[in-house]
Design a protein around this ligand. Sequence first.
Ligand code: AMP
Length: 273
Amino acid sequence: MKIIYSAIGLKSFRENDTLNVAFIPTMGALHDGHLHLVKTAKSKGQFTVVSIFINPLQFNNKEDLLKYPKSIADDLKKLSEIETDLVFIPDFESIYPSNNFNEIQLPQTVLENVFEGKHRPGHFNGVVQVLNSLFNLVKPKYVYFGQKDLQQCMVVKKLIEFKFSEIEFNMVETIREISGLAMSSRNVRLNEKSLNFASEIFKSLTRIKQLKSISRIDCENEILRLKNYEISTEYLSIVSLPNFEETFEEKNAGAVVFAGVIDGVRLIDNLLL
Ligand code: AMP
């Protein structure tokens, strides 16, 4: 497994190869969800590049950024075990060169300004900036993103349509703990009790998915139910895809989406309908 730490290093590597690269951007603290993305690309025989970069621009909450878990040695071990081909661990200057950083402006629609966009102002703009920089450096042919961050997937698809039409976008299913809780780097900050309580999120999403017709009341009831488990819901609703417009009409319902806080840790999840 090759490891590259700078934009210059990656540029010179990419200049001398003719690889069709599959790219999986991450912020590290890797778990089986991340590894599943790599394994999916590997199962297609693709050359896999994983980046590890905690992108300050996408954190609207300073404390969340400071507390974001870091485990580079462990991450490298996991990536090497599944035979990742290349790991890119850039420094800030490699991603945002002070003498040559051009901010990209994605045309704004509803998508960037609702749900995650509303609750985390500036978040998607930060995601778009880091991916613009990473895509330009890595020059992937394929990219893999997790359904766990469904709204991010829709933003990435839009970025690709806008500027990187040569890239093939792939969305990969959410990997869960046995309890149903979606794997997340932030789960390590939860104690045993909160982990148990957090598994109620998946139960709520499943109950809503199983309903024949869904109303706002059903979502509100689940929000109340989650309160009993010390989960403070920011949103639990039904959206259309790809635009994330709230809807309770069956023909437009694309996904049930959730965000909430338990024990000071913000979690998100969703199920496709
Ligand atoms: P992050 O490190 O949180 O930026 O995530 C990197 C990539 O892993 C993103 O495409 C996420 O959607 C994806 N991911 C995170 N958690 C999971 C999961 N539980 N299952 C599948 N993919 C995931």
